[in-house]
Design a protein around this ligand. Structure first.
Ligand code: ADP
Ligand code: MG
Length: 439
């Protein structure tokens, strides 16, 4: 019922085709901790997360008159979790924050987080912060690409804090929820409540703060919240999809605050870690996954853990449904589309990572504004590869490289094209990189 009302509001905002393709197939379950939208496959899940989640949350919060947590997952609603139970349960906005129900996801823990080189530091820092809130690193900022485990670590830190001290007040929010909560508070003249709510916590966890970009009132309010918490030695944990200094339209004074504590990059996992993650996720589901299937998946699905998990869910669902054993043939057959898409899809982040690895640079440096030759040339190389190997336009490529102008990208492409004619070493590098990316 609530969901139906939500959908009918979204009708105004999206095309019939969008609604039909992405929103209609979703199943919804409502729990104490929030809503889960169940998508039939990983692709729908990703699309819903990227394009529809913010508006959905907005509408649901409006309908429920308070903050709500919404998760999108692959799967189906289990029969005992109903749709559209009375909305009153979610109508208790201020209490939800303080009590035991803070929309922390209990499924994200340190125990079930697989450690590898790419996330070791992030895990260690999050653990220390959880053991010693407000005193170890404040703020703790985890940054890196999508689907790499930032949200997982953030919840894990919250859950550990709670395990150590059950009455600790933790508030977890996605940044859009902070924005919409503030907008509503402003409209309803509830700013005092809003401020109190955020400043009375022991730990404030805000996910994906890149969404604060360009929202000046929000940044202003967040800045003051930040200061109050910081002074009170209350823990702040934040995530961002890139190094905050590289987020455009974020106030300098806020950026500087973000650097006061510890910022840790979460990198894409290497092959061994990917394989270990699939195996661990399978085990958690009580599924026996043969090594060769885990290897196949880890080899082919390189970019992010979320896709890997989606593929595993698809595999398990189909095996259960058809009563078959998960063999490597079964995996090939079931995941054929996914695996080939992944084998072929060369994405800009992929190129950036590959180029950074090749030249032994940090990804953050490659995307930074630094102009030294040792960084600028590889960056031009990466832009040239992006133009050559993907369908992205010059402005899109510019955006992906820390918001550069399309003329900069054009210049990079031309420079590299010319150098490939005249500079033998560079030509070799280019060819090796192309091979790595297209193998
Ligand atoms: P992000 O917030 O960086 O976009 P998430 O934390 O949402 O990524 O992670 C996406 C999915 O991948 C989650 O289901 C998470 O549990 C899983 N995941 C990511 N990294 C790991 C890991 N190292 N071990 C176990 N699961 C992981
Ligand atoms: Mg996240």
């Amino acid at each position: 019922e609530l969901w139906r009302r939500c959908l009918s509001r979204l009708e105004a905002e999206f095309s019939a085709e969008d609604l039909h393709t992405y929103l209609a197939p979703l199943q919804v379950s409502e729990e104490e901790s929030g809503f889960t939208l169940w998508a039939p496959n990983a692709y729908t899940m990703e699309t819903v997360r990227e394009r529809f989640l913010a508006p959905i949350v907005e509408v649901l919060e409006h309908l429920c008159d308070g903050p709500v947590a919404v998760e999108v997952q692959v799967g189906a609603r289990s029969p005992d979790r109903g749709v559209g139970k009375p909305a009153t349960r979610t109508r208790t906005a201020p209490e939800r924050v303080a009590g035991s129900d803070s929309s922390l996801d209990p499924n994200y823990t340190f125990e079930n987080f697989v450690e590898g080189k790419s996330n070791q530091l992030g895990k260690a820092a999050a653990t220390q912060v959880a053991m010693n809130p407000g005193r170890a690193y404040n703020p703790l900022l985890l940054y890196g690409g999508t689907g790499l485990g930032k949200t997982h670590l953030m919840h894990a830190a919250g859950n550990l804090m709670r395990a150590n001290k059950p009455d600790v007040k933790i508030l977890y929010l996605r940044s859009e929820q902070f924005v919409s909560g503030m907008v509503r508070a402003l409209q309803q003249k509830g700013m005092d409540d809003f401020k109190r709510r955020f400043r009375s916590v022991d730990a404030l966890l805000i996910d994906d703060i890149q969404f604060f970009a360009g929202k000046n009132t929000t940044q202003e309010e967040f800045f003051h919240t930040f200061n109050a918490l910081f002074e009170g030695k209350q823990q702040i944990i934040l995530t961002c999809d890139r190094y905050p200094k590289e987020v455009d339209n974020l106030e300098p004074r806020l950026k500087s605050r973000l650097g006061w504590g510890l910022s840790v990059a979460i990198e894409p996992p290497d092959f061994e870690t990917r394989a270990a993650i699939v195996l661990a996720k399978a085990q958690a589901k009580g599924v026996e996954l043969p090594e060769d299937v885990a290897t196949l998946m880890a080899k082919r699905m390189r970019s992010n853990v979320r896709d890997l998990e989606g593929a595993l869910n698809t595999l398990v669902a189909r095996a259960n449904f058809e009563g078959r054993r998960i063999s490597s043939e079964f995996a090939q057959e079931t995941l054929r589309d996914l695996l080939t898409v992944h084998a072929q899809a060369i994405t800009i982040p992929n190129i950036q990572k590959t180029v950074a690895d090749y030249y032994q640079l940090r990804l953050a440096d490659l995307l930074s504004k630094k102009r030294s030759r040792s960084i600028a040339r590889p960056r031009q190389m990466a832009m040239g590869l992006a133009k050559e190997l993907t369908e992205h336009s010059l402005p899109e490529i510019g955006d992906a490289f820390g918001g550069r102008d399309h003329t900069t990208v054009l210049h990079a492409c031309r420079t590299i094209r010319d150098l490939r004619e005249t500079d033998g070493k560079l030509r070799q590098d280019w060819e090796k990189l192309v091979r790595t990316l297209t193998e």
